[in-house]
Design a protein around this ligand. Sequence first.
Ligand code: TYD
Length: 213
Amino acid sequence: MPSTRHNSLFIVFEGGEGAGKSTQASLLAERLHLAGSRPVRTREPGGTPVAEAIRELVLNPPAPMSDRCEALLFAAARADHAHQFIYPHLAVGEVVISDRYLDSSLAYQGAARGLTVADVAELSGWATENLVPDLTIVLDVDPRRGLARAQDGNRMESEAMAFHDAVRDAFLALAGREPHRYLVLDADQPINVIAEAVWTAVSERLLDLAGPR
Ligand code: TYD
């Protein structure tokens, strides 16, 4: 359901395990709210009842699943999330802040699982009718430190270090390909320093939306 998206912004936080995405997402939402915007927070996998059910399946499967099944489940969850949640909120001029989106699939399934970034990009492009974020903020952390502070114990965390290194490299490579759509921040910096850099980038985009004054 692609539609006009004036005055809306779609912002995504990405990064490996324990990068501090949800902390930054909630700080950004508070700040947007104070600035008079209408932020809505969401996450992947998840964000709709069906996508949350898929989340449960893909993160806690009853038995090991194949890599392609995993990629399709993340894409299926994203399809529902985009169609039922993200597009409708953007259509009414809101600022959607998502904890993970497309690039997580490119990094985890495409790069780290080896399904190729190109194939997974095509799958997610189809699933979302090519919905691309306006700004993707990559919170970059060495997985050795990130995993030490990750708390949710999801099944990706038990993958080998080479897997997490591949995820990190993929996020950085994606950001390097389209620097105008990405902000890469060192997640080891203090929380308020990261929040300030996020706010600078987001407020620039809000000014762009407001147009020339
Ligand atoms: P979650 O508990 O939300 O972890 P985090 O707090 O790190 O975001 O679990 C999501 C896990 O699913 C995380 O390990 C990343 C992984 N993932 C993928 O592999 N592919 C995807 O497309 C998405 C959205 C997440």
